[in-house]
Design a protein around this ligand. Structure first.
Ligand SMILES: [Zn+2]
Length: 99
């Protein structure tokens, strides 16, 4: 995936950036981001808090149990959807706070 930096217009391939960095935002919220190779401008990939980390850990635990039973697959599906919604909500809250 190519991304154009809004700061310096440098175009770079996101897949070539191996280093996803983290920084605390506030409370239990952590921002994950990558940096433009040219100007170090930060691009947020996603935010995480304790609740999201807990569910992510549960998803990993379930994935390790593969092959999964139907019931476990359904649970995994629900958890993934839940974590996506939570991450979206968190992003909205954090970015509203910043502006
Ligand atoms: Zn840049």
């Amino acid at each position: 995936m190519k991304l154009e930096c809004d700061n310096c217009s440098h175009t770079f391939n996101v897949n070539q950036i191996k280093d996803i960095k983290q920084e605390p935002v506030k409370n239990d919220i952590v921002r994950h981001f990558i940096e433009c190779p040219d100007c170090q401008h930060k691009f947020t990939t996603h935010y995480e808090n304790d609740a999201i980390r807990e569910i992510t850990a549960e998803i990993r635990r379930l994935q390790k149990k593969a092959p999964l039973k139907i019931k476990q697959k359904n649970k995994l599906h629900k958890l993934r959807r839940k974590v996506r919604i939570m991450a979206d909500t968190l992003k909205t809250v954090v970015e509203k706070d910043e502006s």
